[in-house]
Write a protein that binds this ligand. Structure first.
Ligand code: GLA
Length: 509
């Protein structure tokens, strides 16, 4: 949580501007709600010393260099963030014509720059872009390997002796499962802008990435446009969904001129609690109504498989639309209490209510915490909530043979997973299969079709898998009994040597 200079100021930043924003964060009490990073984005570069290669700081925007700015931020009890690029050039030098910033990226200078940022200047966070690394994003036509570059940079940061530096990978799509070993967060979309269509697209892109947000690593939906040009309803949806999806929350507006309603939203303690919840989960799609285009998202908070869950009813369409879900489909039973986290009030349910039903305004969402007297066992695990070990969005998945989530209106939830198999790591795993008791469970895997040449191995908790071929399927369903242990289990579908059928969902009884 924090603030970043990019959305409002682009490259037009200065030392006084950054320090004023840091002051405003404290004056407005935002630091008390958990906002603590002040991140300097692109725009501070001043070229490199031709002889030593040392990075220079912009002579008029930061005439005294960065040190006094970092000291000011630290003096307020906040943390300081910086920006660079894995290639030779940053995006600003191309797209914002900041020509002084040529050759200022980390490429060829990993250790030199890491020493300067973290040992000498004391920064606590770095966002690392890739404009200079992709052949189309820069004037040098460098084509670098993202995994190699980000791994080398992480090593250079560790070499400084600082183990606490947080790193954000900015590659504009989900980079690949390797990223969790390197960064605390990674962008999964192109740049946000202060338009509803942009916010909606990013949410859409993040709907099926919930499996990759865990253990202190998060999908970064980009800096907040809250308090700029969106309507009040859109601002609430934007902030609320960023919260329930556990995205980093980096304020992107001018904090010296916050409207009261913006400040109130950014300081909503109950929404922030969903974002900062200790389980660190990203809400997944519990229901997608393909007819009216709405979604219900859910995640556990406080305790895995406990009695409290956070739920969003989300209407991305341009007309008010009814969004509904049964409590049983949220795995909640007995008495259910509902709290509206936007209004911060408890809601009185009508007698005998078996679920939630609301007409949600266009571009709107409702976010609730639900506390039930009974937790029900999850019966259905959609393929689009599963972890795909080889999942990535940087290269054409068909060309390089990695599995992906695909729309299919005939599948449940309108989604399936395709292109699985052929190698051990191109598998699908439900890593969150939770049962109350040790025992044998009946599992049914629904495949939209089971081609003749395909095979499917099903395994639980690292056991050797049982093999299935089309003749074992009835109506493209595969049934198997698995021994699961009390608590969390992993069910893995794979075929090391050949194709697998597409997967729609798994049912457990
Ligand atoms: C890229 C990033 C943005 C911002 C700019 C700076 O476009 O995705 O978030 O950092 O570069 O030039």
């Amino acid at each position: 949580m924090g603030w970043s200079s990019w959305n409002t100021y682009r490259v037009n930043i200065s030392d006084s501007l950054i320090m004023q924003q840091a002051d405003a964060m404290v004056a407005k009490g935002l630091h008390k709600m958990g906002y603590k990073y002040i991140n300097i984005d692109d725009g501070y570069f001043g070229g490199r010393n031709q002889k030593s290669g040392r990075l220079l700081i912009h002579p008029t925007r930061f005439p005294r260099g960065l040190k006094p700015v970092v000291e000011h931020i630290h003096g307020l009890g906040l943390k300081a963030g910086i920006y660079s690029d894995a290639g030779a050039n940053t995006c600003g030098c191309k797209y914002d014509n900041d020509t002084i910033a040529r050759g200022v990226g980390l490429y060829g200078h990993d250790q030199q720059d890491a020493d300067m940022f973290f040992k000498e200047l004391g920064f606590d966070f770095i966002k690392i872009d890739f404009c200079g690394g992709s052949s189309t994003g820069n004037n040098d036509y460098l084509a670098l390997d993202p995994q190699e570059r980000y791994t080398a940079i992480r090593q250079a940061i560790l070499n400084t002796g600082r183990k606490d530096v947080r790193m954000n990978v900015c590659r504009w799509n989900y980079p690949g499962t390797w990223v969790k070993d390197i960064a605390q967060s990674w962008r999964m979309s192109h740049d946000i802008s202060a338009r509803w269509s942009s916010v909606k697209d990013i949410i859409q892109q993040n709907l099926y990435l919930s499996a990759y947000a865990k253990d202190g690593h998060y999908n970064d939906m980009d800096m907040l446009e809250v308090g700029r040009m969106l309507t009040a309803e859109e601002d609430r949806t934007h902030f609320g969904i960023w919260c329930i999806m556990s995205s980093p929350l980096l304020i992107g507006c001018d904090m010296t001129k916050l409207k009261p309603e913006t400040l109130e939203l950014l300081k909503n303690q109950e929404l922030i609690a969903l974002n900062q919840d200790s389980l660190g989960l990203q809400a997944y799609v519990a229901k997608h109504n393909q007819k009216n285009g709405t979604y219900v998202l859910v995640k556990d908070i406080l305790q895995t498989h406990g009695l409290t869950r956070a739920v969003a009813l989300y209407n991305p369409t341009d007309v008010p639309t009814s969004v509904s879900i049964d409590f049983a489909d949220l795995e909640l039973g007995g008495q259910v209490k509902v709290r509206d986290v936007f209004a911060r009030t408890d809601i009185k349910l009508s007698k005998g209510a078996v679920g939630l039903e609301e007409t949600v305004p266009a571009h709107g969402c409702r976010i609730y915490t639900l506390t039930a007297s009974k937790r029900l066992t999850r019966k259905r695990y959609e393929a689009e909530t599963a972890w795909l070990s080889a999942y990535q969005e940087l290269y054409n998945a068909k060309a390089i043979g990695t599995a992906y989530y695909e729309k299919d209106s005939l599948c449940s939830g309108g989604m399936k997973v395709t292109n699985l198999g052929h190698r051990p790591d191109n598998d699908l795993q439900w890593q969150d299969v939770y049962v109350e008791e040790d025992g044998l469970y009946q599992i049914t895997v629904k495949c939209p079709s089971f081609p003749n040449e395909a095979q499917l191995y099903i395994a639980e908790n690292c056991e050797a898998g049982q093999r299935f071929t089309p003749k074992d399927s009835s109506d493209d369903n595969i049934s198997v009994q698995l021994r699961l242990r009390k608590g969390q289990n992993t069910i893995r579908l794979y075929n090391d040597h050949g194709p697998m059928p597409e997967i729609d969902y798994m049912k457990m009884e």
